[in-house]
Write a protein that binds this ligand. Structure first.
Ligand SMILES: Cc1cc2nc3c(=O)[nH]c(=O)nc-3n(C[C@H](O)[C@H](O)[C@H](O)COP(=O)(O)OP(=O)(O)OC[C@H]3O[C@@H](n4cnc5c(N)ncnc54)[C@H](O)[C@@H]3O)c2cc1C
Length: 457
């Protein structure tokens, strides 16, 4: 019988363990290790760690579309991906104290006025209810414990020897500070450390020189305008996602992270350079009736996307800030009433500095804006953009698509945000996918064992 060790009791780890025990895998052969706490001990401020990980204290929105939440259908195909996401949603409902309250919002079809110029990505979302997540976590945990799954809480894995199938871990409880590291062997390892373990995942990737998938560049601008121009669309979808694709040129564009009502542009500083993002306040006192969203280009085929993006961002700085262009407006203020730091530039600078700095891709952003003016006719010149907005994507290790195992270490499976997910449903679905492949092997052996022709692992 194979010993399965799951590092990370987040959304991914918990769904993997559940799939295994639901299908008869003995819980005693499954160990889950997490540096956070069990759901009875976890405090509200422990946002990223503990049972159900970041998903356990999240907004509880389960998105249900393969274009949202990271990579899934790439590995297993569209149909299988939807089926796996169904399983995750079923798990959340199953341990929910009031499953009938889990609501699905499924926005209407793309409105006619958008169609000639943009795609509008509409997708169903299941609302679990943030306030119920803690109850769900307790019920779910009790079930796994009742099935015999072994949990190690407040235990941080600090190293993994992929060659000798051994993990090194240590309690993070202050009273054990002087204790030595412990080792534990595994036959199969499911690695789901989420965003809180991203540095650790990167350390392992460097140490074992794990090959990674080619990445795209994600760069563009933060667009801002009075909300009234977009209200027609906001009424249909608060966080609307306009998109368009130029397959032949390897470029696609999308509006990203829309903020409304009390919406402010935020300056981000990465690697010493300024770029822009946005956020919205809930308090009515901050209402400014503005809308902001990223217009992000995904550019494929650039050899070293990270270095390329950093160089572009560096070229788009002036006077120690990023840039602002508007045909009619001035930069806005932050919610604290300070100017959003930026250097206002002319149309000439836009054409002769920004366009070449972005490697000739900036024209796609301008086309996007010009077509928005057609879809939202009152917009005209009443808008501005902060340049640049950028997403530095972390590397995605190369895995075998059939079981998400590292190409050189077939018993080590990466799942969830540590691989390529960016949301609850996809993280859980990737983990169930891995559990199914482990179960496939297990069931084959049980069958042979029952026939008297094999050993049980
Ligand atoms: C505030 C917030 C709100 C969010 N809201 C939503 C939402 O509404 N909808 C949505 O789809 N997504 C949301 N997300 C994203 C979602 O929570 C994650 O995509 C998802 O939880 C990832 O699952 P995971 O299992 O990969 O990682 P996590 O759920 O993050 O779990 C990783 C676990 O690994 C443990 N760990 C890390 N390193 C180690 C180590 N070295 N040793 C031992 N244990 C370790 C951590 O303690 C953690 O429990 C939100 C995220 C945050 C932070």
């Amino acid at each position: 019988m194979k010993k399965i060790v799951i590092v990370g009791a987040g959304v991914a780890g918990v769904n993997a363990a559940t799939k295994l025990v639901d299908n008869g895998y003995p819980g005693e052969m499954i160990t889950v290790i997490d540096m956070g706490k069990d759901p009875y001990q976890r405090k509200p401020e422990e946002v990223m760690t503990g049972f159900l990980g970041a998903g356990g204290w999240s907004d509880g929105k389960l998105t249900y579309h393969t274009a949202i939440g990271g990579q899934l259908s790439k590995y297993c195909g569209e149909e299988k991906a939807m089926e796996l996401m169904d399983q995750v949603i079923t798990n959340f409902k199953r341990f929910h104290p009031k499953p009938e309250e889990v609501q699905c919002s499924n926005p209407v079809e793309e409105p006619e006025f958008i169609k000639p110029y943009f795609g509008l990505r509409l997708f169903p979302v299941w609302h679990v209810g943030t306030d119920y997540l803690s109850e769900i976590a307790k019920n779910w945990y009790d079930y796994l414990v009742s099935k015999g799954v072994q949990f190690y809480w407040e235990t941080k894995v600090s190293n993994i020897n992929f060659r000798h199938n051994e993990i090194i871990m240590k309690s993070v409880k202050p009273e054990f500070a002087n204790m030595d590291n412990d080792g534990m062997f595994y036959d199969e390892l499911i690695f789901g450390v989420g965003k809180s373990g991203i540095d650790f995942a990167q350390e392992l990737a460097n140490k074992y020189e794990l090959p990674d998938e080619p990445k795209s560049v994600q760069i563009g601008v933060r667009f801002e305008a009075p909300q009234e121009h977009f209200q027609k669309l906001i009424d249909i979808s608060y966080d609307f996602k306009l998109y368009r694709k130029f397959d032949d040129e390897g470029v696609s564009l999308r509006s990203f992270c829309t903020n409304n009502n009390a919406a402010y542009v935020a300056v981000e500083e990465t690697y010493g350079d300024h770029s822009y993002n946005g956020h919205a306040k809930k308090d009515e006192a901050y209402r400014n009736n503005m809308t902001n969203f990223g217009i992000l280009m995904e550019i494929n085929g650039i050899e070293d996307p990270f270095t390329w993006s950093r160089e572009v961002v560096n070229k788009l700085q002036s006077n120690g800030t990023g840039l602002y262009y508007s045909p009619s407006r001035k930069p806005s203020t932050t919610s604290e009433g300070n100017d959003v730091t930026s250097t206002q530039i002319s149309l000439d600078t836009l054409a002769h500095v920004v366009e070449p700095a972005m490697g000739g891709y900036f024209k796609y952003v301008m086309d996007f804006i010009m077509d928005m003016k057609k879809v939202f006719p009152t917009l005209q010149d009443d808008w501005g953009m902060y340049i640049p907005e950028v997403k530095y994507l972390s590397p995605e290790v190369k895995v075998d698509y059939k079981n998400l195992a590292l190409v050189d270490y077939p018993n080590v499976h990466f799942v969830g945000d540590a691989l390529s997910a960016r949301g609850i449903t996809v993280s859980g679905a990737q983990a169930i996918y891995v559990a199914e492949s482990v179960l496939g092997e297990y069931k084959k052996h049980v069958y042979l064992y029952d026939q008297g022709t094999g050993d049980l692992f």
